[in-house]
Design a protein around this ligand. Structure first.
Ligand SMILES: [Zn+2]
Length: 134
C-alpha cells in the first residue's frame, strides 16, 4: 500500500477503464465531450450505478425489492414507488457497507437534486477503503 504515484484521472478516465461499454454508451466512441467530469452518477452494467468523483469510483448494486412500502430517494428526496426507485448497496470498506435509496431514472433524479446534493451523497460514500492492493 505505497502507491504514491500522482494520479490525475478524471471521472471519465475511471469510467472508461472500468466500464468501457457503459462509457461508450454515455459518451460515444471518441468520448469527446466538454471538459473532464468531476462528479456524477452513471448507469453501468446490470442495473448498477457508478458514483464517480475525481479518480474515485463507488459501485451501487441494486438489492431485490422487498415489501411494498414507498421508498424515499436519498438524493432528490422524492418519495417513490418500488418501481421508480431501488435500494442500493455500496461497499465502502472491508467491513463497511452503506445503503442508499435512489431513483432508477438517475438523470432526472440528479437534475432534481442538483450538484450540491450529489456532492453531499459523495461525502457519505468517499473515501472508499481500498480492498485490493495493486
Ligand atoms: Zn431521486
Amino acid at each position: 500500500m505505497s502507491d504514491t504515484r500522482p494520479k490525475h484521472h478524471s471521472a471519465r478516465d475511471v469510467l472508461r477503464e472500468l466500464f468501457p461499454e457503459s462509457y461508450r454508451e454515455l459518451f460515444g466512441e471518441s468520448g469527446a465531450a466538454e471538459g473532464p467530469l468531476t462528479l456524477g452518477l452513471y448507469p453501468v452494467a446490470d442495473g448498477r450505478l457508478a458514483l464517480v468523483r475525481g479518480d474515485q469510483l463507488a459501485e451501487f448494486t441494486p438489492l431485490d425489492a422487498r415489501g411494498r412500502s414507498a421508498l424515499h430517494c436519498d438524493l432528490c428526496h422524492y418519495t417513490r414507488s418500488r418501481t421508480e426507485a431501488a435500494l442500493y448497496r455500496v461497499v465502502v470498506g472491508a467491513r463497511r457497507t452503506r445503503y442508499v435509496t435512489l431513483c432508477l431514472g438517475t438523470e432526472a433524479c440528479q437534475k432534481r437534486a442538483g450538484t450540491p446534493a450529489l456532492a453531499h451523497l459523495a461525502d457519505r460514500i468517499f473515501p472508499i477503503e481500498r480492498l485490493y492492493v495493486d
